[in-house]
Write a protein that binds this ligand. Sequence first.
Ligand SMILES: Nc1ncnc2c1ncn2[C@@H]1O[C@H](COP(=O)(O)OP(=O)(O)OP(=O)(O)O)[C@@H](O)[C@H]1O
Length: 399
Amino acid sequence: MLELHGLSVTYGKHRALDGVSLYTKPGEIVVILGANGAGKSTVLKSIAGICEGRVTGAMSMNGEGLLGLPPHKVVERGVALVPEGRGVFADLSVRENLMLGANPERAREDAQANYDRLIGLFPKLAERAGQTVRTMSGGEQQMVAIGRAMMSNPTILMLDEPSLGLSPLLSRELFQNLKAVREAGLGILLVEQNARLSLGIADRGYLLENGEILREERADVLRSDPAVQAAYLGGGGAKSTPAQTAKPAASVTPPAVTVRQKTATTQSASQVSGLDITALVSRAAQQSLPARDMRPTTAHTTTTPARTRHDRATPDPLRKLLAEMEDAARAAHMPATDTPLTMPALRPASRLSTMKPRTTPEDARPAANQPAQVAPTPGGKVEIYRRRPGSTQFDRTER
Ligand SMILES: Nc1ncnc2c1ncn2[C@@H]1O[C@H](COP(=O)(O)OP(=O)(O)OP(=O)(O)O)[C@@H](O)[C@H]1O
């Protein structure tokens, strides 16, 4: 059995875990639920011996201490981690990836038997044994990562956000596979943002918030608790009391946090902010500040009507982003001669004038007559370089 007692972790002055106690037995699936930054990954990394922070408390596997062990020793004790992002060797084949997992001493002698057991559980891995992992789908790669961890012959398998980046269909398939791993007798300690799916297969769950375990409960009880639904499953009715069966040490109603789903895709600023960015930029441009009020884009102490509104209605990181956008929009509309612009991203004019012609394909070059680059001169003037039609040379003008 994997046991943690009073595990605390600090990253410098930041306390990420505060007295976390939990356990996982072979043959059960245990899920840790919590909002972003609650400390879920830190729990797994501490157990695996790869936490960058200062770890204190007690951790053991079958009674043998894990605290302070290097990662390979933790694996020798029977605890394997499938890290967030999988960590597969993309240029190796499926079989090569799997066999690398059999490197620990505890697994080396039984590598072939473990491999046979694995492909018995997941025949698809055998069908794809020769395929380069890079060419596989996300779900298939995740199965390779899980298979590789299982090749170390673990008693407890830990998985950090295994469904990240997978479609709902692939996620469901993955979770069914985890049930098969449990049937094979392994214990699973799972960190997941997909609370619905993970509680659907788990036996027990822990709610972790701000580095502390708020509650430990059977998964089916957590799943049907309105407070948990409101906090982690996107449901309504947050006003319930904790379930009667909750253990005394954990009888706290989970806070009404919204778990932000991680996605593998990027979002546009307007998706994040819920604002029309075009309108925002033109509004900022209309606020004609005198030149003396212009600051480098890092100066956000200037109070403007727009910023006051962001202060009231907008979360901190977004407010900073919006303030930067407004500053940039204003800078773009200031007359060049009055604007002491700071444009660190631009090349200095001296380097531009000696720039060699590009040898990239034609469509990758700046179009003729299009400004190739704009650089501020020390006198506040702006140099504009245009490519001569049909030539690799640039003409320089100032304004
Ligand atoms: N290497 C690190 N250095 C400094 N702080 C860290 C480090 N790793 C994590 N933290 C901080 O510790 C806290 C817990 O982080 P952790 O990654 O464990 O949370 P999490 O619950 O897994 O969040 P997420 O779901 O977003 O991955 C966060 O405040 C995070 O910023």
